[in-house]
Write a protein that binds this ligand. Structure first.
Ligand SMILES: NC(=O)c1ccc[n+]([C@@H]2O[C@H](COP(=O)([O-])OP(=O)(O)OC[C@H]3O[C@@H](n4cnc5c(N)ncnc54)[C@H](OP(=O)(O)O)[C@@H]3O)[C@@H](O)[C@H]2O)c1
Length: 266
């Protein structure tokens, strides 16, 4: 699939960022099954090409957009195309984490994470919202995390970026109340993807706990988005956990997440 293929010229198309693997790929396939043509955005050309083949096999048209969302110029260029050709659905899924004491994490990596998880998500939302409102239709699905509800020691910035996604999504959803455009924050708990390896969370207690599949997360997300729900927490266990987090003293919550995220070798 060539780089920067133009978007399908169709009224019903969805853009998914971070569609080259994991939850993003599962969301793209789920949206294809719902009848959307797809624009798959990400950095890894080979993985995007494989993902595109999977969408084509589902009978939908697909375009690939190779973009590093942490690069301000590439982000601006991508945002400009979405302003002109406004998708029916925008899924802001691309994101990653980093593990360790905040003081020890490379500041460059921290800023890159904020650029990807926060700045790009806000910029792309800003790119599509006016067009969606003018058209009188549109859905935005932002991938947050159950980690958005609690401080995350050893992944402090990652947790804060997801708290941003949740707060931002809920606030814009409230602004849009009564309009036909909706914003949904999807909050998965531990999910079997490349995330844990890449974020360095594979040595934690959380990694040893129960995980759901990316397909389960995608199913929950697409249903919640279609229903126009503001927040979708994946799975009963996570819903119970978040209920408890809301009731518990904040300091206790921090101690509990520290226990789950401390390296098992410590
Ligand atoms: N897995 C979990 O347990 C879990 C739980 C809660 C929330 N989440 C969230 O779910 C989302 C998807 O993660 P995942 O679990 O599916 O992990 P993943 O398999 O590592 O997928 C991450 C995706 O984001 C893309 N991405 C990362 N940085 C990018 C950048 N600068 N520009 C463009 N694309 C970029 C990756 O593309 P490349 O191939 O180019 O790297 C990849 O497609 C993330 O926002 C993550 O925070 C995951």
């Amino acid at each position: 699939m060539p780089k920067d293929t133009p978007a399908p010229n169709d009224m019903r198309f969805a853009v998914v960022t971070g569609a080259s693997s994991g939850i993003g790929l599962a969301l793209a396939k789920r949206l294809a099954q719902e009848g959307y043509d797809l624009v798959l955005a990400g950095r890894d050309a080979d993985r995007l090409a494989d993902a595109a083949d999977e969408i084509v096999a589902l009978g939908r048209r697909v375009a690939v957009r190779q973009v590093d969302l942490s690069d301000p110029y590439e982000l601006e260029d991508f945002a400009a195309t979405l302003t002109v050709q406004v998708p029916d659905v925008l899924v802001n899924n691309a994101g990653f984490g980093a593990y360790g004491h905040f003081a020890g994490i490379d500041p460059g990596l921290t800023l890159n994470m904020i650029d990807t998880n926060v700045t790009a998500l806000a910029r792309l939302t800003a790119a599509v919202l006016p067009g969606m409102l003018a058209r009188g239709e549109g859905r935005i699905l932002n991938v947050a995390s159950t980690g958005a509800f609690a401080p995350l020691p050893f992944s402090a910035v990652y947790g804060a970026t997801k708290a941003f996604v949740l707060s931002f999504s809920e606030a814009v959803a409230e602004e849009l109340k009564g309009s036909p455009v909706t914003v949904t924050a999807l909050c998965p708990g531990p999910t079997a993807t490349r995330f844990f390896d890449r974020a360095g969370w594979d040595g934690t207690r959380l990694f040893k706990g129960p995980m759901v599949t990316a397909e389960t997360v995608a199913d929950c997300g697409v249903k919640a988005m279609a229903a126009g729900r503001r927040v979708a927490v994946v799975g009963l266990l996570n819903k119970v956990m978040i209920f408890a987090i809301r009731l518990a003293p904040r300091r206790l919550v921090g101690e509990a997440t520290r226990f789950m995220l401390a390296s098992r070798s410590r």
